[in-house]
Ligand binder design. Structure first.
Ligand code: NAP
Length: 497
């Protein structure tokens, strides 16, 4: 089981000690990043371990390795010497580890470490990519049997991450640290045990501190969301593929459900820009299932060994289940949307109702399928009208541009308005795709975006007196359907709370 290490990034020793108190129950070890301290704090470095009350790593990271130290190797040597010299008889009052880069081999410092019982973490940080030859890089780090080799690299794609994961998990067991930094390296933080790492580095993100390296999680997030301390070699892996998946709320939903159901499994974001690299990363992980998000929901369909009738009809797939060496594709957006919509409207079907669907992307295809299935007369609007036409014609719906030219059409399909574009999502382009339409107050408006809780469109609709709902319930319900497909078991209440 890897130790959870909190990398301390405050400017003073006192602030760092306060952070330790806040996180003490959730960490095993602390890394003092001396390169981030105010220069005047250097005098207090030596005493830090005795105040910390848990094993400490001393690190003075250079700018070229992703740190902040710029004063040259002479000054760094002095700082390191000051911090590890004058060893105390009580070992707990000394730094337990010091992080020394593989090109920093200074016999006097190494000798002091050996004499005083401070273990050396021999590190290499590739902050711009991956070494061309991981074995060669590793050989340089693992020269001394008493040292702990550490390789931290920056994968630039999910294929890079797959290569790193495969390589690290095939190394012989032993004390070592392998880290994937940045967005694509994020799964390595959660899967440290699978990669054979004896440490998982974290930062005090929830305390508002900067991350010590790109991609750190908060120690509480690591445990609360990913159940880090419960993961082992038997844990089944599930992943969320697509770009921009790190802000998804689905890890909270699925991991809470695995816990509630007593299933030894974890669900991690697997940032992936395209389908081939996503599948290569899934294979490297030995994943049992996956969720797929925009924009690769349509493109995955051609790589499936088979798919459900819904996927055939909708032409888009958001759920993968491993079958032998291939993948079976399912859609749960339709089921999640249908359940949330019927609950919202308090009806059993949409016969006699007229609906407007705004959007013609991946999820709109699933929604159009449901609107048709439930018997609605619908109108499809989209920025790219040709896509609205293709989707509408499949179900015999009307269509139009998403502009004021469609005002009368909307007024004629205004019992239910479903917003299914990505416009209005937090962090993306803010906006209201219907800013040209004045709500009468009689429309029921369902915006499938759930971040922010109320989009500009929903705010406007609610202000006009409309009944409104966001996409949070849809997300929960479609996630519950994924759980059932992955595990074959009824989803626990956590999805419906
Ligand atoms: P997608 O396949 O990329 O489709 C995006 C849609 O948004 C297209 O219709 C696109 O129009 C439209 N669009 C994008 N930017 C626009 C803009 N600036 N102005 C007007 N229209 C714009 O994405 P998707 O899979 O359909 O997902 C759409 C949204 O639904 C996302 O925000 C996603 O997070 C959300 N979603 C929610 C749930 C849930 O459970 N609540 C489930 C799935 C998806 P063009 O065709 O003209 O490009």
């Amino acid at each position: 089981m890897p130790l959870v290490c909190l990398s301390l990034t405050a400017r003073t020793i006192a602030e760092n000690l306060a952070l330790l108190e806040r996180y003490r129950d959730n960490i095993d070890i602390a890394e003092l990043r001396a390169d981030l301290l105010e220069p005047s704090e250097a005098f207090a470095l030596r005493d830090f371990p005795s105040f910390a009350g848990l094993p400490c790593i001393l690190t003075v990271r250079r700018k070229c390795d992703g740190g902040a130290f710029l004063d040259g190797e002479g000054q760094r040597l002095v700082l390191l010497a000051k911090a590890i010299a004058y060893a105390r008889p009580d070992k707990n009052a000394n730094f337990a580890y010091v992080d020394l880069e593989c090109d920093f081999r200074v016999p006097s410092i190494e000798e002091a470490c050996h004499t005083f019982g401070t273990r050396i973490i021999r590190s290499r940080h590739d902050i711009a990519g991956m070494p061309a030859d991981l074995d060669e890089a590793w050989a340089e780090l693992a020269l001394e049997p008493n040292e702990i080799p550490k390789l931290a690299v920056m994968p630039r794609s999910s294929a890079d991450f797959a290569a790193l994961f495969n390589w690290a998990s095939s190394l012989p067991r032993g004390e070592r640290i392998v880290v994937g930094m940045g967005e694509y390296g994020m799964p390595s933080r959660v899967l440290a045990d699978r990669m054979g790492s004896c440490l998982a580095y974290t930062s005090a993100i929830r305390a508002g501190m900067p991350s010590a390296a790109p991609g750190h999680l908060d120690p509480l997030a690591l445990q609360e969301i990913y159940r880090f301390r419960e993961l082992d070699g038997e844990t089944s892996l599930y992943a969320l593929g697509g770009p921009n998946v790190l802000s998804s709320k689905t890890p909270q939903l699925h991991n809470a459900a695995f816990k509630a159901a007593g299933i030894n499994a974890v669900y991690v974001p697997l940032p992936s820009a395209d389908v081939p690299t996503f599948f290569s990363a899934l294979d490297a992980l030995g994943a049992c299932g996956a969720a797929v998000t925009v924009p690769i929901k349509d493109a995955v369909c051609s790589s499936l060994s088979r798919c459900s009738p819904e996927v055939e009809d909708i032409g888009s797939c958001n759920t993968l289940v491993r079958e032998g060496s291939g993948w079976v594709g399912y859609d749960t957006d339709a089921e999640g949307f249908k359940r949330a919509l019927l609950e919202f409207l308090g009806v059993a079907d949409l016969r006699g109702l007229r609906a407007t669907l705004v959007g013609a992307g991946g999820v709109a295809k699933a929604i159009a399928h449901v609107l048709s299935d439930l018997g609605a007369s619908a109108l499809v609007l989209n920025r790219t009208v040709s896509k609205a036409r293709v989707l509408a014609q499949r179900y015999g719906f009307a269509y139009g541009p998403c502009t004021e030219h469609s005002t009368d059409l909307v007024a004629d399909h205004a019992d239910v308005i479903v917003q299914a574009t990505s416009l209005g999502m937090e962090g993306e382009r803010q906006g209201d795709p219907l800013d040209w339409y004045d709500f009468s107050g009689r429309e029921a408006v369902f915006d499938i975006i759930y971040r922010p809780e109320r989009s500009i469109l929903l705010e406007r609709a609610a202000a006009a007196g409309c009944k409104v709902m966001n996409g949070w319930k849809m997300l929960r319900y479609q996630s519950a359907a994924q759980f059932k497909l992955w595990t074959g078991r009824e989803p626990p209440d956590t999805y419906f709370a």
